[in-house]
Design a protein around this ligand. Sequence first.
Ligand code: GDP
Length: 140
Amino acid sequence: MAIERTLSIIKPDATARNITGRIITKLEDAGLRIIAQKRVRWRTSEAQKFYEVHKERPFYDDLVAFMTSGPIVLQVLEGEDAVARNREVMGATNPADAAPGTIRAEFAESIERNSVHGSDSPENAAKEIALCFSDDEIVG
Ligand code: GDP
């Protein structure tokens, strides 16, 4: 298995409930290393750009409003098979379908307020990391 990087976001529903540490523990316990991290609040234009692939979806405007409703934590995770491993520890998009023990099963409030984002392919991971971090912010 290759060492990969993936972009992770701890979403506003989780920062509001002060559970970033509990989510980070799940990521680290899954063998993922946080090699860059920052807490930010996105402007509408930043959320729109990040979720551009979803702009035709009916939930796009709601998603942008949610992702700008409070602070988020942006992370670059590194590890073996990091993209798939992170998706596994996140659980399914809808917490009702998420496997027991996953972040979304334990912490998500709804299909929208589902606590975390994770890149869905190595190609998208590279794009999302470049969108959210400069090279000198990725410190290992
Ligand atoms: P993910 O890769 O598991 O995050 O899922 P998607 O890429 O399909 O969707 C991106 C994000 O949009 C999800 O994480 C949710 O926050 C939100 N979302 C997805 N599906 C729905 C939906 O049917 N309704 C609403 N309101 N939000 C959704």
